[in-house]
Ligand binder design. Structure first.
Ligand SMILES: *[C@@H]1O[C@H](CO)[C@@H](O)[C@H](O)[C@H]1NC(C)=O
Ligand SMILES: *[C@@H]1O[C@H](CO)[C@@H](O)[C@H](O)[C@H]1NC(C)=O
Ligand SMILES: *[C@@H]1O[C@H](CO)[C@@H](O)[C@H](O)[C@H]1NC(C)=O
Ligand SMILES: *[C@@H]1O[C@H](CO)[C@@H](O)[C@H](O)[C@H]1NC(C)=O
Ligand SMILES: *[C@@H]1O[C@H](CO)[C@@H](O)[C@H](O)[C@H]1NC(C)=O
Ligand SMILES: *[C@@H]1O[C@H](CO)[C@@H](O)[C@H](O)[C@H]1NC(C)=O
Ligand SMILES: *[C@@H]1O[C@H](CO)[C@@H](O)[C@H](O)[C@H]1NC(C)=O
Length: 341
């Protein structure tokens, strides 16, 4: 009995000790930010020099916003400040961070693994920097993430399959990196995704059929990769699609006619692939707000679409470098076309 009681006290003590050790406060946030500052090797406009000082309350530092309730650092916005530096491991201690915008700077190096502790993050913009290393799979643990922009960096590796676990994700932008491998099938479980931009990477393999389950998708931009195979038929079921850009890949087969039935679509860009087959006759009938149709440099054959007068908003049309026949009769009806190539 006495033994059991001693054990109980010991357990209680250990529990309290560990909770004291893991307790963090605004001082933790300040240390994490000072540690970030210590890794900034160039701050030409003196954004941090002046205000990031222990003499000033951390919630008043440039770019820092604290929560009104818990007074912890909730958002950090250092975008477009021409900063050069690295993210230190201590940055992972900003456990209340919801929004982080480091876009358009010159941050370098790998993202520290400790950032996996930023479990409250909803918004993460690291675009237009010089981050490198493999796209970390720990992004999959940031379950609150809605916006992730890694565009214009030097990330390598493949898209981790753990990304399928970021179920609240609405925007995934990884354009202009050196990402290899296939687009994981699991991306089809991101049912909240509206924007998927993987332009200018080194992706191979097929466009996953699972994408046709992502019914909220508005922008699918996967041009300038090495994707092969057919355009999945199911793409035409994505009724919210506005921009469908698959240019400069190695896609084959015919264009599924369902694509010409997505009534909200504004831009269809399929140039420089090996797409074959013909185009539907009433191409514009299901596309009332089409503004750009880019199909040049493919292997399309058959007749030019005879009537484009239902494309009343068409501004850019390119059909050249195909095997299309017939005279393009509808030009006179299309005064609004600004450029044709
Ligand atoms: C933060 O916590 C540390 C110990 O964990 C303590 O020494 C410090 O006084 C606390 N600071 C504030 C501002 O509460
Ligand atoms: C960060 O600040 C810039 C410039 O003020 C602004 O354009 C941008 O929207 C801000 N980012 C966030 C996430 O609020
Ligand atoms: C912050 O993180 C570092 C490394 O990740 C750790 O060693 C340190 O104890 C943490 N500091 C505070 C104040 O929590
Ligand atoms: C993004 O990166 C691409 C490729 O490196 C480059 O062509 C493009 O100009 C970049 N965009 C900006 C705004 O720097
Ligand atoms: C997704 O999360 C679940 C539960 O946390 C985990 O078991 C699973 O391994 C994760 N999937 C991937 C691909 O990381
Ligand atoms: C296009 O939509 C119409 C009306 O919703 C439907 O009847 C037709 O079968 C569809 N065509 C294609 C090729 O999906
Ligand atoms: C334009 O679309 C309407 C409705 O879809 C259709 O009835 C009409 O025949 C089309 N016009 C042409 C010239 O194709």
């Amino acid at each position: 009995m006495e033994k059991a009681f001693t054990f109980f006290l010991l357990t209680l003590f250990l529990h309290m000790a560990s909770s004291v050790m893991t307790q963090t406060n605004i001082t933790t946030d300040q240390l994490a930010l000072l540690s970030l500052k210590s890794q900034i090797i160039s701050d030409p406009f003196h954004f941090l020099d002046k205000s990031w000082s222990p003499a000033i309350f951390v919630c008043h530092w440039v770019g820092v916003t604290c929560g009104s309730r818990h007074r912890r650092v909730m958002s950090l916005n250092l975008s477009n400040m021409a900063l050069t530096g690295k993210i230190p491991r201590e940055f992972g201690n900003l456990s209340f961070l919801v929004s982080l915008d480091l876009g358009s700077n010159n941050f370098q190096g790998n993202l520290p693994q400790e950032m996996t502790s930023l479990r409250r993050l909803k918004f993460l913009d690291l675009s237009f920097n010089n981050f490198r290393g493999e796209v970390p799979s720990w992004f999959g643990l940031l379950h609150q993430l809605q916006f992730l922009n890694l565009g214009n960096n030097s990330f390598t590796g493949s898209i981790p399959s753990s990304f399928s676990n970021i179920s609240k994700l609405e925007t995934l932008n990884m354009k202009f990196n050196s990402i290899e491998g296939q687009i994981p099938k699991g991306i089809g479980s991101l049912i909240n995704l509206r924007v998927l931009n993987l332009k200018s990477n080194k992706l191979v393999g097929f466009i996953p059929m699972s994408l046709s389950h992502v019914s909220r998708l508005e922008i699918l931009e996967i041009s300038y990769n090495s994707l092969q195979g057919n355009i999945p038929e199911g793409i035409g079921n994505l009724h919210n699609m506005k921009v469908l850009s698959l240019q400069v890949n190695q896609l084959t087969g015919s264009i599924p006619f369902t694509v010409f039935n997505i009534s909200r679509i504004e831009n269809i860009a399929f140039t420089e692939n090996s797409l074959s087959g013909s185009l539907p006759n009433g191409l514009c009938n299901g596309l009332p707000i089409l503004k750009g149709l880019y199909l040049s440099t493919n292997k399309l054959h058959g007749h030019m679409p005879a009537r484009l007068s239902n494309c009343s908003q068409l501004q850019l049309l390119s059909l050249s470098e195909n095997d299309l026949t017939g005279i393009f009769l509808s030009f006179e009806c299309l005064d609004q076309i600004a450029s044709c190539c």
